[in-house]
Design a protein around this ligand. Structure first.
Ligand code: UD1
Length: 417
């Protein structure tokens, strides 16, 4: 298993170009099934999750060409609607293929998806919504069987603004008969990217970014060319890396509005921020202050995908910070690893209390999930001495050339295979 070997204590300096968004490209790749034709997708990040999605699409008959950061997907020759179990287990987001396969091929067979072990992560909202659109959904022996001769637009009230369920409904409803209205929809920027992609194919979706998304089903979608939005979580992670290392970074190609909740917490901690068009410069403060409370919330609240990185930062801030994780019930696994590095953290259920210490010390730690792995890497940049982070395959799921980017910014970090 690969590891990062980090010598801490070097401030990051320079410019970093932010990758295309993982959480946008995955549903958009599912959307590439809808036109049963050609999709040219630009700014695709080089990630393990993207490669898993490519393997899934190829396994059902898509032809995919990669030219640098562009993927050309031809979905005209799909020969099966059964997605291989091994690949589905690797990545939870594979569930968003369900709506697209059902819309185009009337049947789908899936095993229950895998992904980061950060909570129960049920898919009840996805399945309930597909049933409301007219699909027959059976769950048996760990498999989901879906069938529908016709999908019909309807009104769907989500019990929770689930990102994946909102996307799944948008994909299925784009080719359904009539109007679908999703109420209490997720408002994440990636939902807007999916709406823009579907509309560029000739679809009729509006309302993304608000809590009501309206989809007018069409009978056919066309070939499309599209550029993926910047990754707001990668941007937040690099901004936090600048601060934790005591450095100064300029992030290029960011949508600053998308990371305003993270930026405002970094400012509360004393960091200086300068914005210019789609770039942002962040400079760490002389004395890093604790951020009293952080509560993860659906967008535009503070993202759960930045909780671990922010916790790593707060371990060396002056004062006490309280982080409440409201989205996932088991997303504090990085805390025990940060404690190995000298952090003072108490976790009680969904609340973590972090008392800032003067220093972290290098240690041998393990990434338990994607963002937790990124947080431990950031902690290693700040720690005195040498840190080894195990299981970095988790980090490879979401960060493109992570250690190479950090090296270019002045960090001492290498990958050991
Ligand atoms: C997406 C993101 C992930 C992010 C999360 C929350 C992708 C590929 N992943 O995940 O990085 O952390 O949003 O911002 O975009 N839930 C149910 N039933 C369901 C679906 C969800 O109870 O059918 C619950 C989940 O267990 C969780 C909460 O709703 O507690 C949020 O999940 P959801 O918004 O669906 O997250 P994902 O789409 O899986």
């Amino acid at each position: 298993m690969s590891q990062f070997f980090i010598k801490g204590g070097l401030p990051l300096e320079g410019e970093v170009k932010i990758q295309g968004a993982k959480n946008a490209v995955l549903p958009i790749l599912a959307g590439a099934l809808l036109n049963q034709g050609k999709s040219i997708i630009h700014n695709v990040p080089e990630l393990r999750d993207v490669n898993t999605m490519i393997s899934i699409l190829e396994s059902i008959g898509c032809k995919i060409k990669k030219e640098g950061k562009t993927l050309i997907v031809d979905s005209s020759s799909i020969h099966t609607n059964e997605v291989p179990e091994k690949l589905v287990r690797e990545m939870r987001s594979s569930i968003i293929l369900l709506g697209a396969i059902l819309a185009t091929h009337k049947q789908a067979k899936f095993s229950y998806p895998g992904g980061c072990d950060i909570g129960l992560r049920p898919i009840d909202l996805h399945l309930k919504s597909l049933r409301e659109l007219g699909a027959e959904v059976k769950e048996s022996h760990g498999y989901i069987y879906c069938k529908s001769s016709i999908l019909k637009g309807c009104q769907i009230q989500l019990d929770y603004p689930s990102v994946g369920a909102t996307e799944n409904i948008m994909l299925a409803a784009s080719l359904a008969q009539g109007l679908t209205i999703i109420r209490n929809a997720a408002k994440e920027p990636e939902i807007c990217d999916l709406q823009n992609f579907i509309n560029k194919m000739g679809g009729q979706v509006k309302g993304a970014g608000t809590n009501t998304v309206i989809i007018n089903g069409v009978s056919k979608l066309q070939d499309v060319e599209y550029k993926i939005m910047p990754d707001r979580i990668a941007a937040g992670t690099f901004a936090t890396a600048a601060v934790i290392s005591g450095g100064k970074l300029t992030l290029k190609d960011v949508n600053i509005e998308h990371i305003s909740s993270v930026v405002s917490k970094l400012q509360e901690g004393g960091s200086k921020i300068a914005r210019y068009n789609n770039s942002l410069t962040i400079e760490s403060p002389k004395v890093l202050k604790a951020v009293e409370t952080i509560r993860t919330l659906p967008y535009p609240g503070f993202p759960t995908d930045m909780q671990a990185q922010m916790m790593a930062l707060m371990t060396i801030a002056q004062g006490t910070s309280i982080i409440t994780e409201t989205i996932f019930e088991n997303r504090f696994k990085h805390a025990s690893q940060l404690i190995r590095m000298g952090a003072n953290i108490k976790v009680d259920g969904r609340v973590a209390v972090i008392k800032g210490v003067e220093k972290l010390y290098g240690a041998h730690v393990s990434a338990m999930d994607l963002r937790g792995g990124a947080a431990l890497t950031l902690a290693g940049l700040a720690a005195e001495g040498e840190t080894i982070v195990d299981n970095i395959y988790h980090v490879d799921r979401g960060y493109e050339y992570f250690e190479k980017s950090l090296q270019e910014l002045g960090a001492s970090i290498i990958r050991i295979e």
